[in-house]
Design a binder for this molecule. Sequence first.
Ligand SMILES: [Mn+2]
Length: 363
Amino acid sequence: MSRTNGDQGANGRATALTRRSDRFLAGLADCRGVTFISHVHPDPDSLGSMLGLAYLVESCLSKRTRMTRDGAICRAENRMMVETMAIELTPIEDVVWRPGEAVVMVDSQPRTGRHNIPDDVQIYAVIDHHQTPGDLGGVPFLDIRQTIGATCSLATRYLLEQELEIPERIATCLYYGIESELSGYPREANHLDDSALDFLYPIANRDAIAQIRNAPLPETFYETLLQALQASFVYDELLISWVHDLQNPELCSQAVDFLIRHEGIRWALCAGVHEDQLILSLRSNQPRACAGEILRQVAARMGGRAGGHDRRAGGYIPLPSASDSGIDLVQSEFRRRLLKALGIEEQRGRRLVPVREMLQNIQ
Ligand SMILES: [Mn+2]
């Protein structure tokens, strides 16, 4: 059976349900309610697509929905989005999984990263755009489009197909989800992303978007940045930053978003020690760089997990020991493997900020 085209009827003719949103809703007709799940530390694309699809299900089927949160939301902009948009999220560990309830996974795929859901929970649908392939066996409804910039663009498409009026709050979240996911490169995105942005912008609350974009940053952000700058090394076109004490896992992505702006490089990686993991965040400033796939392969060979998109990827490697020498070993093996994966010759890194300058500055 084709999952991406219209379902074929028994006599070979296409049935009436050729639009994805129709088929998505048809499969939910008999359920008692819908629970939305996503990846750990949900980002604006996860939050916006859960919100948009929950609105679709509530409006078209009058069914109860709930959205979940797996892990904390730490990034300042993402916290501001949840706060200003009053997004209600049930922590995944508090969810009671009831029979007859449908589970929809957005912006992620089963077994590609850390998902804290019981193994026996059946997933009805996966709606996503990641390159990282998941374990999709037995999932009745799939809409995975790797060429699309944001899952929010797919959710917007479903709402438009059903000719629903999109309320300001939903439009704001979908818009910010797409905008933040494209990281300022709308021209590389699919026409679906572009047309979703055009459609949503006049409806969205621009003041709220400005407030989210400019969310106040906690002191830990600056501490992380200082640590990252003090331990940044340049290897040809790659900059690697080590953070030895990462207060929260999302700070790596914030630091690397700043580091990738360095004029001489094509790749930036920030790796931070958080609890018993080395948290990884990779960026490229090159189109079609396959950052997600590269980081996935490197992390997988070291017992970790990673995934993402062309320019942006994240993941982790478990740390077998909390000792400095144990962490050093993992870091140097990871560095060696990453250099190899990017085709960069093994070399001694050049410090971004020389030690002499660091010492002079603290006097
Ligand atoms: Mn996404």
